[in-house]
Each structure stands twice: as structure tokens, then as C-alpha cells.
Design a protein around this ligand. Structure first.
Ligand code: MN
Length: 240
């Protein structure tokens, strides 16, 4: 039987070096946050304020495999620094933003790029391109108490051993504190909220069998294998 990974209960992420887990409340993502990636996507202006979208909480993947999703022929990785909120707040000033951070993890904003571009061209929401099942693999969380206030460090992903994205989080247009300030002006942030902070240049497609290895600023690494697309039989089983 193919593993189907559809979650129906609470969604949790492990905390590195601990039996503790984080119950995920929401997943927010920054739409674009590195100049070189904005250029490769040929969109927008880096001086624009950050914009956000969400993924469903149960899109989280922590077991190291994700099936190739339906309805796409261009399934792409985006390696991102994820920030996990520990203390609630609204209208958080950037100078106090790190006080609301529980910790950090490496995450992948998996994207059906063909559907994202189709939506963009038709002025529709990005949802079909971004907010699908298994679209948010994430590594173990390193608490801020150990990681500090992250503002620089390498961010990389390799596919089958070949480096595809290789940048530094210091190149984010909106750093962790500014991102929290902007997002908390639109939503009250709560414990368990995950913020994916955008991806650098070098995004690209993957196919079943590919192995993705992501790292960021010394956080616990993330390795994910792309599994074959689920069959109709798998989906029927998962629904039971
Ligand atoms: Mn992204």
C-alpha cells in the first residue's frame, strides 16, 4: 500500500533535540523577498511592500516524502527560512519582533508553477499554485534560545546532490523582524503560526524519485523525496 500522508488531526512539527512538538496554527508565506528571485520571475519591484499568502495547515510534511501533486507538469521547489511564532501579538514593532519568535526551521514552499503563472496571468488568486496538499515540507524547529536573532547565514537546496539555490538570508528584502512587523499589521499572530520568508533565485522543477536536501543558517537540515503521484486507488483509501 502506498503511503498517503493525509492528515486529519492536529498538525505538529518536531522541536530539535527535544520531545516537544509545535502545534501548527497557520502557515503564512511571503510572496517575494529576494531581488534575484523577483528578477527570475520577471515580476514586481523590490521596493513594493511585502505581500502574503497562506497554505493550509495540513500541507505540512515532516516525514520526508511528498507525492508528486495532481494537475501540474511543473512542480517546483523554493527553499525558505521559516519562522515559528511563540508569543501572540498584533502591530508588532520591528524592534520587538524577535521577542515573538519561538524558533526557526528550513522549509520548502512547493509550487505548481504552471498553475501559479496561469493564475497570475488571469489575475486570479495564487491558491491553486501554492496551497495544495503536501506543499509545505518543513524541518525540525531550532528554538530562538539556541539560534538567536537570525539575520544572516547561507540558504541552500540541492537536488540529487546538485546545488540549485545558494544564497544568504541577509539578502532578504524584508528580514525576519520587518516581515513580522508587516504581517502583524494585517493579522494577529498567534503561537504556532509559521511564516515562510520567501525564496532566493534558482527555483526549478522536480520529478518523482528526486531527493531534495535543504539547509539554512545551521538549522536542522531537511531532506525530502518526491514520491510518485498518488493513484486513484490511493486517494480512495486516504478518504476512508
Ligand atoms: Mn515562496
Amino acid at each position: 500500500m502506498t503511503k498517503t500522508h493525509f492528515q486529519t488531526g492536529p498538525v505538529t512539527i518536531p522541536v530539535h533535540g527535544s520531545a516537544e512538538t509545535i502545534a501548527v496554527r497557520r502557515i503564512y508565506c511571503v510572496g517575494r523577498n529576494y531581488v534575484a528571485h523577483i528578477k527570475e520571475m520577471a515580476e514586481g519591484d523590490e521596493k513594493d511592500p511585502p505581500f502574503f499568502f497562506q497554505k493550509p495547515t495540513d500541507a505540512i510534511v515532516t516525514d520526508g516524502t511528498m507525492p508528486y501533486p495532481p494537475a501540474t507538469t511543473d512542480f517546483q521547489f523554493e527553499v525558505e527560512l521559516a519562522v515559528i511564532i511563540g508569543t501572540e501579538g498584533a502591530d508588532i514593532p520591528a524592534a520587538q519582533a524577535f521577542d515573538h519568535v519561538f524558533g526557526y526551521a528550513v522549509a520548502l514552499d512547493m509550487t505548481r508553477r504552471d498553475l501559479q503563472f496561469e493564475a497570475r496571468d488571469m489575475r486570479r488568486p495564487w491558491e491553486m499554485g501554492k496551497s495544495f496538499d503536501h506543499s509545505a515540507p518543513i524541518g525540525a524547529v531550532l528554538p530562538r534560545a539556541r539560534a538567536g536573532d537570525l539575520s544572516d547565514g547561507p540558504i541552500r537546496i540541492a537536488v540529487n546532490g546538485a546545488v540549485k539555490q545558494d544564497s544568504d538570508i541577509s539578502l532578504m528584502i524584508w528580514g525576519v523582524a520587518d516581515t513580522i512587523a508587516h504581517l502583524s499589521a494585517q493579522y494577529r499572530l498567534m503561537p504556532g503560526d509559521v511564516i515562510m520568508t520567501g525564496t532566493p533565485a534558482g527555483v526549478g522543477p522536480v520529478v518523482p524519485g528526486d531527493v531534495l536536501e535543504a539547509s539554512c543558517a545551521g538549522l536542522p537540515g531537511l531532506t525530502v523525496t518526491v514520491a510518485p503521484a498518488l493513484t486513484t486507488k490511493d486517494k480512495a483509501h486516504a478518504a476512508n
